[in-house]
Design a protein around this ligand. Structure first.
Ligand code: FES
Length: 292
């Protein structure tokens, strides 16, 4: 049984609970028409009918129970004196009375809020359980054999762009490996790639989301939007970005192929992390870097 199937069953059960609760509320509404104790008491007490102030007729006192008994004994006859009544003056109903009252409003608001929360929860569950793409961005991509990747990086001047994964691949220097475990909280997720000498960086700037291009002269990444700068392995060097470039988990197969999981973006290292010590190797591409 797949996780998606289990999630759908859970959603169906929750929907049944909501439907059951609303049905029960409708059942309860049917009891609203029952007579209250006060009404029953008044029904049993005598009521004077047929009184007429013009003729000084004081009428006769009858009870509801007596009227019912007389009606059963003589179904065809009238048991209540027929009295001429003046027409009742029409009084328009209070709009608030015939509209949605407070109890109805609260009931609907609670059910609506619960339904909305259920939908949001269901959406989140489905989003978690939905099968991940098998190819393209969001999938685990086999980028190729590590030596071939390194050759591509060097042929591209130090920065190899891999569009299917929306990522940059650069070399991770062996001299920096000793610092990486203590500097990267996410080290276990990238360890195999770093040990193989590569790093897979998400192309999106962690400041406000621009695509970060490489700068061939400085051998850094330099964001044209607000001037954030990162060294060749994505550690922040300047500008308003809150951290280094985000990156992806990496693993290396027994055949030496690099697998990059583009469905799990890792936050970049904090400001100040500098495992490679790489300074700008030439003029920066952005002269006004360092702020908004
Ligand atoms: S989006 Fe890159 S520095 Fe602002």
């Amino acid at each position: 049984m797949t996780p998606l199937f289990i999630g759908l069953i859970l959603l169906a059960l929750l929907a049944l609970v909501v439907v059951g609760a609303s049905t029960r509320r409708r059942d309860t509404n049917s009891a609203i028409g029952q007579l209250s104790g006060e009404t029953v008491k008044r029904d049993r007490s005598p009521v004077t009918v047929g009184a007429d102030s013009d003729t000084a007729d004081t009428g006769s006192a009858v009870t509801g129970t007596a009227v019912e008994a007389a009606a059963r004994a003589n179904p065809a006859g009238s048991v209540v004196p027929q009295v001429e009544q003046p027409p009742v003056v029409y009084v328009p109903p209070d709009p608030e009375t015939i509209g949605v009252n407070r109890r109805q409003f609260l009931n609907r608001a609670i059910i609506g809020a619960f339904g909305f929360a259920l939908l949001a929860f269901g959406g989140a569950v489905l989003a978690q359980l939905w099968p991940r793409p098998q190819e393209g961005f969001g999938a685990k991509l086999n980028v190729g054999r590590v030596p071939d990747i390194k050759a591509s990086i060097q042929a591209a001047g130090g920065f190899f762009y891999y569009p299917e994964g929306r990522m940059w691949l650069t070399e991770y220097p062996a001299t920096a490996l000793a610092k990486a475990p203590g500097s990267y909280s996410f080290y276990p997720q990238v360890e195999e790639g770093l040990q193989a000498g590569v790093v897979a960086l998400f192309q999106t700037c962690p400041h406000l989301g621009c695509r970060v291009p490489e700068c061939q002269t400085s051998q850094w990444f330099e964001c044209p939007c607000h001037g954030s700068q990162y060294n060749q392995v994505g550690e922040k060097k300047g500008g308003p970005a809150p951290r280094g470039m985000d990156r992806f988990p990496m693993s290396v197969t027994a055949a030496g192929e690099l697998i990059v999981d583009t469905g799990a973006v890792i936050d970049g290292p904090p400001i100040g992390v500098n495992t490679t010590g790489q300074e700008a190797e030439g003029p920066n591409c952005l002269s006004n870097s360092g702020g908004h």
